[in-house]
Design a binder for this molecule. Structure first.
Ligand SMILES: Nc1ncnc2c1ncn2[C@@H]1O[C@H](COP(=O)(O)OP(=O)(O)OP(=O)(O)O)[C@@H](O)[C@H]1O
Ligand SMILES: [Mg+2]
Ligand SMILES: [Zn+2]
Length: 504
């Protein structure tokens, strides 16, 4: 008599059903697993065998065979340990185990304890989709799974607890379905009141936060670019409940969730180093996993020392910057992850750093400067709405006592501007001005006559690309939203144009 359990395989952000079937035949003492990639079979077998015995259950006599079906579905990770162990125990267990209605997933330690896995929120969604009534995962993963309504979630500490539950002997404690509220304002970041001067940079970051615009800051060493970027999360609005669901699902699959909290309720702020590989930035692996651009979804991706990133890595940012998704292609499959992040980038104007500093001699040749700037390609620059110069603040003003405006006050204006965008959502279909399709500027958000004239003049001078033309309009709309104006006027366009000058 074969014994069966079921689980799921994580493909992108979704899971697909996997049947785990165990059988035993008289013969030599052997244990085979089929349907898993070779490299993982050995380890899974050792863990399962040891965990079953240590938990006091009988391991099948003779030759035990476990089949994971469908065989052609790519399977990775360690979540199969628990369903394999339970299927094997089912072969010799005196009481029957109720495994038909429960999705099981978890990594086992040699002594039968359950260890956290990736993607349990996607597994809970699969369980619900399959009509299962419950999902059993390691305790550390129960909270994220419980974000999925309409399915009972149980978190277990060990294999023996799971077996007792399936026997109906001792039920596991149920993790109640999470009622989502708005997210939290992060506390771990510096406040804008600690930054002296830099009024123009702060204003640009306020606009960026209000409309979700991408920013590139350029300035000499020590001017406060890195500091400004680290203050940025403190003026962003808290995550909306639907955003928490999206972000937590990605973090769950990426294995980034803090097991204490289980839910990602703060806006992500990611700061990959410039030596980061393409795979870690945009996603990759034999079974594609989300990269930093997806982990930063609905949050901030801060790329410090922007030109130091490898050119192909930077070019890979073009797709996600344009349409908010990233496609990871592998021989076996290709998956698409969400990647709607807010890019904040920082760089020096030249290799020595002082090309734009009036008080320092720049030691670079024009050739060196040109090469340095060419590392950021035109198409990439075109996707950045706000280009700002961050000059060095005079040392005397660094000791200035007067208080600069606090982040909380800036955040209030940002939230008001976002509320206006939210109010138009029915009309535009998007959350943020930076995501608007360009047609809207021909229709409902057509700028005033004098604003259009100003844009024509700018075009004559800078030969704007179609894309940067609309980006200027999107920024102008955010500026209008911040000032509470219902229309884009000449002043709004004039300010938006200021944020494109340094690279023209
Ligand atoms: N405007 C400012 N207000 C307050 N502190 C500042 C300011 N500018 C610089 N600092 C101080 O100088 C330090 C260096 O600033 P920061 O690291 O942000 O410079 P940077 O522009 O990123 O330089 P680099 O180009 O070398 O990376 C900060 O930690 C901060 O203490
Ligand atoms: Mg810096
Ligand atoms: Zn220089």
């Amino acid at each position: 008599m074969a014994s069966k359990t079921f689980t799921g395989s994580i493909i992108g952000l979704d899971a697909e059903r996997v049947e785990v079937e165990a059988d035993a035949r008289p013969g030599l003492t052997r244990f085979y697993v089929v349907g898993l990639p070779d490299a993982m079979v050995q380890e899974a077998r050792e863990r399962v065998k040891s965990a079953v015995k240590h938990s006091g259950f009988l391991f099948p006599r003779g030759t035990a065979i476990v089949n994971l079906a469908p065989a052609d579905l790519r399977k990775a990770g360690t979540l199969y340990d628990l369903p394999i162990a339970v299927a094997l125990i089912g072969l010799r267990h005196p009481a029957s185990l109720a495994t038909q209605h429960a999705l099981l997933a978890g990594e086992l330690s040699l002594d039968g304890q359950l260890r956290p896995i990736h993607g349990s929120m996607s597994l809970a969604a699969l369980a619900k989709h399959c009509g299962a009534s419950e999902v059993i995962v390691p305790r550390a993963n129960a909270k994220e799974a419980s974000l999925v309504p309409g399915i009972r979630v149980y978190g277990a500490e060990s294999l023996s607890e799971v077996v007792a539950h399936l026997e109906g002997r001792t039920r596991l404690p149920r993790t109640p379905t999470q009622i989502l509220e708005r997210g939290l304002i992060p506390r771990a970041f510096p406040d804008f009141s600690s930054v002296r001067g830099q009024e123009q940079a702060k204003r640009a970051l306020e606009i960026a936060a209000a409309g979700g615009h991408n920013v590139l800051m350029q300035g000499p060493p020590g001017s406060g670019k890195t500091l400004l970027a680290h203050c940025y999360p403190s003026i962003l609005p808290a995550l909306e409940p639907e955003e928490i669901l999206e972000v937590t699902r990605i973090w769950s699959v990426a294995g980034k969730l803090d097991s204490g909290k289980g839910i990602m309720s703060e806006r992500p702020f990611r700061t990959p180093h410039h030596t980061a590989s393409g795979a870690s930035l945009v996603g990759g692996g034999t079974v594609p996993r989300p990269g930093e651009v997806s982990i930063a979804h609905r949050g901030v991706l801060f790329l410090d020392e922007f030109p130091e990133f490898a050119r192909p890595v930077l070019e890979n940012l073009r797709q996600p910057l344009e349409d908010g998704t990233v496609t990871v292609t592998r021989v076996q499959q290709s998956v698409t992850f969400p990647a709607r992040f807010n890019l904040i980038a920082a760089m020096n104007p030249c290799p020595c750093g002082y090309a734009t500093d009036p008080d320092h001699e720049c030691s670079c040749t024009p050739m060196q400067i040109a090469l340095y700037r060419k590392r950021i390609s035109g198409p990439l620059l075109d996707r950045i709405d706000l280009l700002i110069e961050v000059p060095r603040v005079k040392t005397s003003s660094l000791l200035d006592q007067s208080d600069a405006e606090a982040s909380a006050a800036i955040r209030e204006r940002v939230c008001a501007a976002r509320d206006r965008q939210m109010g138009r959502r029915g009309e535009t279909g998007v959350l943020l001005n930076s995501e608007l399709p360009s047609q809207v500027f021909r229709g409902p958000f057509k700028p005033h006559e004098d604003a259009r004239k100003l844009l024509e003049q700018a075009d004559a001078r800078y030969h704007l690309s179609g894309r940067s033309y609309f980006r200027i309009l999107k920024v102008a709309l955010t500026i209008a939203d911040l000032s509470g104006s219902a229309h884009i006027t000449m002043e709004h366009v004039a300010e938006a144009l200021q944020y494109r000058q340094i690279f023209e």
